[in-house]
Design a protein around this ligand. Structure first.
Ligand code: NDP
Length: 346
């Protein structure tokens, strides 16, 4: 079967691999589509995850059950796989059903770090790591995984504000990449005003989509993150989706009292000289919080399926516009558009 693999210190290649044989409790899934995001580009660039030897790329997948292999699944059902697997034997995080809370040395991530991903014609997936998807959502099913990232971040942010009355009027997303843009419609449903900060011109398609979703665009070249309160309003929630480390620190100053910043980006090393006292003060006397969040658990994937079902059709269209056949996977990895995906199945 065809598979796109990344060899250690190499470039991604389309190769022939044996079709996997599902073991006990595993479902054979025919992969239909695999989304590409910033993490994939970081992995290909050697800045994130990787593995010894060759690794099949891709972690945002939707497929169809080819062989239920005695599990509760049925042939022909659309399914989405989760991303984390135990690194060998089950550990406490996987036993508790909280793989997303495992430290990086207690998990592997399919297509990202230490385990084969889903950019292949077939994969064998333990049934506990598969979700059913309504047929009508299958063409956009590769958006479930990135939506699950937002679902977990929002849950952690809300939990940190749970003990008091959190007045949640305004939210700001940092980044006009696929994760940031996909977070906007979710926040638009839950906040009165939504802002999106980026460094692109107003006629860029990503900025146009952000505005179409209802967000007020903030150009960070004119209004840096910490000047957003003065230029617009203080934010009750900031979701950082850039991986640009200064944004993480500056997000504290963009918050309203009692606000929370959820950091999602995975930065490289970044040295800078910053006045820390003011940020520390803002956190303490403003009862503000900063949380980090990575990956997502099964319940977040379930919420993501519900969210996908309620996305405006125009948003789904924008995210599914650039789907390439498998032999053109390089275009999907390279192209700078709202979202790309690779189509593998029929
Ligand atoms: P994209 O590459 O699609 O988007 C990245 C965004 O960050 C773009 O808006 C980009 O701007 C902006 N950006 C990058 N560098 C800078 C910079 N130096 N200054 C200002 N803006 C910058 O990635 P995704 O949307 O897929 O992911 C965003 C981040 O979240 C990545 O770091 C990714 O690794 C991480 N991530 C984390 C997950 C988690 O579980 N925590 C899950 C998925 C992703 P421009 O396009 O104009 O260059």
């Amino acid at each position: 079967m065809d598979a796109v693999v990344l060899e250690e210190n190499g470039s991604p290649r389309l190769v022939d691999r044996p079709r996997p044989e599902p073991g006990p409790g595993e479902v054979l899934v025919r992969i239909d589509r695999v989304g590409v995001d910033g993490t994939d580009r970081e992995v290909v660039g050697g800045n994130h995850g990787g593995t010894e030897g060759a690794m099949v790329l891709g972690h945002e997948a939707v497929g169809t059950v080819a062989d239920p292999n005695g599990t509760a699944f049925s042939a022909g059902e659309p399914v989405v796989p989760t991303v984390r697997r135990p690194p060998g034997d089950y550990n406490e995080y996987f036993r508790r059903g909280e793989p997303d809370m495992a430290p990086m040395n207690a998990t592997v991530e399919c297509g990202i770090d230490g385990a084969d991903g889903f950019m292949a014609e077939f994969v064998a997936v333990p049934s506990e790591y598969l979700l059913r998807l309504p047929e009508r959502l299958a063409p956009a099913g590769f958006l479930v995984e990135p939506l699950s990232i937002t679902a977990k971040a929002l849950e952690l942010a809300e939990a940190s504000r749970e003990p008091f009355t959190w007045e949640r009027d305004r939210a700001l997303v940092l980044g006009t990449g696929s994760l940031g843009l996909l977070t906007l419609p979710v926040l638009d449903e839950r906040f009165e005003e939504v802002y999106c900060l980026g460094r692109r011109d107003r006629d860029d398609p990503a900025v146009e989509l952000a505005r179409e979703i209802g967000a007020t665009y903030v150009d960070s070249r004119k209004t840096p993150v910490d000047e957003v309160p003065a230029a617009h309003a203080p934010m009750d929630l900031v979701v950082e989706a850039t991986g640009h480390a200064p944004h993480a620190v500056e997000s504290v100053s963009a918050l309203a009292p009692n606000g929370v910043a959820a950091l999602l980006g995975v930065p490289g090393d970044h040295e800078a000289s910053v006045e820390l006292g003011e940020r520390h003060r803002e956190l303490v006397v403003g009862n503000r919080a900063v949380i980090g969040s990575v990956n997502a658990g099964y319940s977040h994937f379930e919420r993501a399926v519900e969210w996908l079902d309620s996305l405006p059709p125009s948003v789904v269209d924008a995210f599914t516009e650039h789907v390439y056949p498998l032999r053109e996977f390089e275009a999907a990895l390279d192209r700078d558009v709202i979202k790309t995906a690779v189509e593998i199945g029929p």
